[in-house]
Design a protein around this ligand. Structure first.
Ligand SMILES: Cc1ncc(C[n+]2csc(CCOP(=O)(O)OP(=O)(O)O)c2C)c(N)n1
Ligand SMILES: [Mg+2]
Length: 314
């Protein structure tokens, strides 16, 4: 995927998330949602380095991952609206959306829940002698779940084709990483399992793309897993009701200045690969795309009541 496409995709995610935020705020959608505003370069940079046949596991903050893996904003919005045209037929919502055709093995409401799924998928790939890789997104909070240690150890021992990508956005809900890690870099843990570990600027799309491309090529060649720590920041609250009392507005402003979309935009402008007019056009086109997604979601039907028990296995 070229950089202009990445730029467009980052805007798609940003505008999608802003629209979802508006809907939870005005009561159009009930409950809550976890938005990835500010973390777009990690989602897009990582998926841009994958093949369509590769797999991704996601988190509770997964809209960006899904759109980056090729998800259709219309069917994603429909899922949030609980409509039958949604990726999980409206029964999953934000934290239970999946699409096997896209290689998207699911968002996940369990912190760290995607880590064993990714590891199992990588084992399946290895046993079938396929050349796919699995990219596993998870947060800094998830890196302190027990399953993280178990899964990374096994993946390294068995040389599984998986990339563990930690989106270190400095907080797990209200808890800062300085209160939960006695080491400065999460990537340093890789050494304990016997795999490469790298800390990457997660707001630099090209840095993320390059790091994932290298890890993917290593995994495809039978070299086993990699742990990547992408340092980033969510520019919004953890979820709808978060008043962000655990961090300062100054800190947020510092990170706003490192906005990943503006950064790639400025780099493309400076390189003469993008003009201001083109940038504005891309934003407008993506805003229209999101409006179409909303219209599609609104017009779509809900599942009939008779379908309520379909897919219930236990
Ligand atoms: C097993 C489990 N414990 C706790 C929670 C509650 N919870 C939801 S999100 C979250 C924070 C996760 O932090 P992190 O992994 O850093 O992801 P981020 O929200 O920063 O993207 C927690 C503790 C949960 N969903 N699952
Ligand atoms: Mg976090």
């Amino acid at each position: 995927m070229d950089l202009l496409e990445c730029y467009r995709l980052m805007w798609r995610i940003r505008l999608f998330e802003e629209k979802v935020d508006q809907f939870f705020g005005d009561g159009t959608l009930r409950g809550t949602s976890h938005l990835c505003v500010g973390q777009e370069a990690t989602a897009v940079g990582a998926c841009a380095a994958l093949r369509p046949t590769d797999y991704v596991t996601s988190t509770h903050r997964g809209h960006g991952h899904f759109l980056a893996k090729g998800g259709d904003p219309r069917r994603l919005m429909a899922e949030l609206f609980g409509k039958a045209t949604g990726y999980s037929r409206g029964r999953g919502g934000s934290q239970h959306m999946a699409c096997y055709a896209l290689g998207f093995l699911g968002s996940n409401g369990i912190t760290g829940g995607g880590i064993p799924i990714a590891t199992g998928a990588a084992l399946a790939i290895q046993r079938r002698r396929q050349s796919h890789v699995v990219l596993c997104f998870f947060g800094d909070g998830a890196a302190n779940q027990g399953v993280f240690h178990e899964a990374l150890n096994l993946a390294a021992v068995w040389k599984l084709p998986v990339i563990y990508l930690c989106e270190n956005n400095l907080y797990a809900m209200s808890t800062p990483v300085r209160a939960t890690f006695a080491i400065p870099r999460i990537a340093a843990r890789a050494a304990a399992y016997g795999m490469p570990g790298h800390t990457v600027d997660g707001n630099d799309l090209q840095a993320v793309r390059d790091a994932v491309a290298e890890a993917a090529s290593r995994a495809r060649d039978g070299g086993g897993p990699t742990l990547l720590e992408c340092q980033t920041y969510r520019l919004v609250g953890h979820s709808k009701s978060d008043r962000r009392v655990y961090r300062t507005r100054e800190e947020e402003e510092e990170w706003r200045a490192r906005d990943p979309i503006l950064r790639l935009g400025n780099a493309l402008l400076a390189a003469g690969e993008l003009t201001e007019a083109q940038a504005a056009q891309i934003r407008e086109e993506e805003a229209r795309e999101i409006e179409e997604a909303v219209a599609f979601a609104r017009q779509s039907p809900v599942l009939p009541a008779e379908a309520a028990l379909e897919g219930v296995y236990a």
